[in-house]
Design a protein around this ligand. Structure first.
Ligand SMILES: Nc1ncnc2c1ncn2[C@@H]1O[C@H](COP(=O)(O)OP(=O)(O)O)[C@@H](O)[C@H]1O
Ligand SMILES: [Mg+2]
Length: 254
């Protein structure tokens, strides 16, 4: 069986800089979680950007065996692959609930036909969307902030809001860029527990993170980048002992 996500020799160049150099990574369907680690500037975010089509890239990308065109934002979302960002992307002018609801926009009941004769159906449908959005907020611990403006959220809370929005879109695969950044120890372990639950539901993920405990708790396998090159891959506890990995992290606080 082919992996859910299969990245083969992805390469991204910015002018003379090769930010990602022929990196391959595979994630299985049904809750597999792969960690992507490496020092700052090693190309981790750029790798996720390449998968998401946000930067021009070379190589081959398939989801569930189907080719996904590179360099086209949104192409991979059709396969229910969703992303959260290193800098959380929430709309500060909207409430938390509204920020989550935008993930489930449904056009099936739009237009004159949807708006008048099918109105009872539309209301039922809307009610379900609101319920699901509220459940997603509850899951990430933000239900009591549902009607507050997203502008008032702390950095870590914005990441949780982004996660709620991604979960509501019923992903098959989540791409997460430093989801635990800005969280304290208790918040980090709560997030790890939440993401383990997400994985147990069958949602797979690629997770970029610096926090070793968090990565070990979540990931079956990790891939280590240094200056755009994959220098190691395997189970986390083995990879940390690899001299090439220790060397890459020299001088970096983990
Ligand atoms: N849009 C861009 N234009 C030019 N250079 C970029 C761009 N995005 C990232 N880079 C460069 O690519 C390299 C990898 O960056 P990044 O993927 O953000 O690293 P990481 O996420 O591992 O910290 C860095 O040298 C960075 O300066
Ligand atoms: Mg980054």
């Amino acid at each position: 069986m082919s992996p859910l996500l299969d990245c083969h020799d992805l390469t991204v160049r910015f002018g003379g800089v090769t930010a990602v150099n022929a990196v391959s990574l595979a994630v299985d369907d049904g809750g597999d979680v792969v960690g992507l680690v490496g020092p700052n500037g090693s190309g981790k975010s750029t790798f996720l950007n390449a998968i998401s089509g946000l930067v021009p890239a070379k190589g081959r990308l398939t989801v569930a065996g189907k080719d996904v065109p590179l360099g086209r934002p949104g192409a991979i979302a059709r396969h229910r692959v969703y992303r959260t960002y290193q800098t959380p992307q929430v709309n500060p002018a909207m409430s938390c609930l509204e920020n989550v609801l935008v993930a489930s926009t449904d056009t099936s009941l739009r237009g004159v036909v949807g708006a008048w004769p099918l109105r009872p159906g539309m209301w039922r449908h809307e009610k379900r969307r609101w319920q699901e959005a509220a459940e997603a907020l509850e899951r990430v611990g933000l239900l009591d902030r549902a009607n507050d403006g997203a502008a008032g959220l702390a950095y870590g809370e914005r990441r949780h809001l982004e996660l709620a929005r991604a979960l509501l879109a019923r992903p098959r695969l989540l791409l997460m860029d430093e989801p635990a950044a800005g969280l304290n120890t208790a918040e980090t372990s709560r997030l790890a527990r939440l993401l383990r639950g997400v994985s147990a539901e069958g949602i797979s993920a690629v997770v970029i993170e610096h926090k070793i405990g968090f990565i070990e708790e979540l990931c079956r396998r990790i891939v280590v980048l240094e200056q755009g090159i994959q220098i190691a891959a395997g189970p986390p506890t083995e990879v940390w002992r690899d001299p090439a990995v220790m060397n890459a992290y020299l001088g970096e606080a983990l």
